[in-house]
Ligand binder design. Structure first.
Ligand SMILES: Cc1cc2nc3c(=O)[nH]c(=O)nc-3n(C[C@H](O)[C@H](O)[C@H](O)COP(=O)(O)OP(=O)(O)OC[C@H]3O[C@@H](n4cnc5c(N)ncnc54)[C@H](O)[C@@H]3O)c2cc1C
Length: 421
């Protein structure tokens, strides 16, 4: 079994060679972090005629943008009604509209900049793993359909035809969504941003930020960038003490394993229309095929023990992509509140949901070094909230560095504070 990142090895978009930042520069907006967030920011600013310089610590991509499942989703983990409940009707519906339109935006960027990332636009399938999952999907479909989204609930034979299995009885098909090779997409964004006039520097880790008059001064090993505006897009890969973004993340692992390319005679029934899929389990599994016909399965964990049964199952599971990632709090992989040993809520709810993490205030993202804090240690690990799906009562838990499956290190305390209080 080969270990590495399949998306890197098979990306049709080549690496963009980027020189490290040298000497001192000034610009209108400085961006730290060359993942999808930073690059999209740089691209859109450059297209609007704004001077922008982006600093990336490694190659592009180095973080979650190149290590994910490649699903282009039209929404959050959280169903749209719950978003409105959390944000209020006006902001919630605004967020729902933006999220619903996100795949169209991604696919239009792909088209406009001719990004070869093997995009498919046949939708995604959210698969029910049991009766409770089926109810959850029915609820989501109802909420999406009320907002005019092109989603449908596939049951029994219709579901089998799309998935290739009879073990899943029900799936939510979202026709807005699709799949990409995420490394190729991110590299394509970098190429487009550079073409539009953004200055991109690889191997240029920001080592500190400080106030310089009314500007921000960002230093790297060999130079600096001074700008009146700063965007910190370092996500879960934030490691530096000066960057308070890191307080909002905890380590989690997700692995993916890919088969050899499977011809249609062998795998033609499995996701025949190439929808990307994931299931309703708390510890979810993802599955998709790529443009060469590989079957790619993923789930939470480091993958080592989990891969053994697959390897034993036959020669198909012979090449792997492992993505030990530190991205669990990106919101696209389950947070600790969804782990199997989730504390129950005070009302004993059987279907608790993850609650809100401490909100990231804008001031956190741009604090000068004087306000920086030490990296979260096991004793200062963040507190998360688990919220009852009905009465909204909450449990608070403090998480240790290995939140999955190590309940003994978790100090849970009960609270009856409503989550939206
Ligand atoms: C396992 C997994 C599966 C996922 N699956 C999906 C999916 O199917 N669909 C989906 O939509 N989302 C998915 N996501 C989420 C998605 O990948 C992330 O939300 C997205 O990539 C975040 O992009 P980003 O640019 O914010 O961060 P990143 O891509 O993590 O980029 C942050 C960058 O900042 C750089 N950096 C850090 N510190 C510094 C510094 N001091 N100086 C300069 N640069 C620095 C890092 O090197 C890194 O390149 C998944 C995430 C994971 C982890």
């Amino acid at each position: 079994m080969k270990e590495g990142c399949l998306w890197h090895d098979t990306s049709p978009e080549p690496t963009l060679p980027l020189a490290p930042l040298q000497a001192d520069h000034t610009t209108e907006v400085a961006v730290i972090g060359g993942g999808i967030t930073g690059l999209s920011t740089a691209l859109h600013l450059a297209e609007a005629g704004v001077g922008v310089t982006l600093l990336e610590a490694g190659e592009i991509p180095s973080g979650g943008s190149g290590r994910n499942v490649g699903l282009v989703n039209a929404g959050l983990w959280i169903p749209p009604d719950d978003i409105c409940e959390a944000l209020g009707e006006r902001d919630g519906e605004r967020a729902n509209a933006i999220l619903g339109g996100a795949p169209a935006e991604v696919f239009s960027l792909i088209e406009r900049h001719a990004i070869d990332c093997r995009a498919t636009r046949s939708g995604t399938l959210h698969l029910a793993h049991n009766a409770k999952g089926e109810q959850e999907l029915a609820r989501r479909v109802d909420q999406f359909q009320r907002r005019g989204a092109p989603v449908e609930l596939l049951e029994d034979e219709a579901c089998r035809q799309k998935t290739g299995t009879q073990r899943i009885r029900c799936a939510l098909l979202d026709r807005r969504a699709g799949t990409i090779n995420p490394v190729a997409y991110t590299r394509g964004l970098a190429r487009a941003a550079a073409t539009a006039g953004a200055r991109l520097h690889g191997h240029s880790a920001a080592t500190g930020i400080a106030r310089h008059g009314s500007d921000w001064r960002i230093t790297t090993a060999e130079g600096s960038v001074t700008a009146p505006r700063l965007v910190i897009a370092t996500n879960a890969y934030t490691e530096d003490h000066w960057n308070q973004v890191r307080r909002h993340f905890f380590p989690g692992h997700f692995f993916q394993v890919a088969s050899h390319p499977l011809p249609d005679e062998i795998a033609g029934d499995i996701l025949p229309e190439r929808q990307g899929a994931w299931d309703t389990r708390m510890v979810l599994s993802s599955m998709r095929r790529d443009s060469e016909g590989r079957l790619i399965l993923g789930s939470l964990g480091k993958g080592t023990a989990d891969l053994r049964p697959m390897s034993a199952a036959g020669p198909t599971a012979s090449s792997a992509t492992t993505s030990p990632s530190w991205g669990a709090s990106t919101g696209n992989v389950p947070g600790p509140g969804e782990s199997p040993s989730l504390p129950t809520t005070p009302c004993g709810c059987s279907n608790p949901r993850p609650g809100s993490w401490p909100p990231l205030a804008t001031t956190d993202a741009v604090s000068p070094p004087a306000r920086s804090s030490a990296r979260a240690s096991p004793t200062t690990w963040p507190t998360a909230t688990t919220v009852c799906c009905r009465c909204r009562s909450a449990s608070r838990s403090q998480y240790a560095p290995n939140p999955f499956g190590v309940p003994a290190t978790r100090a849970a305390s009960r609270s009856t504070t409503p989550a939206n209080a």
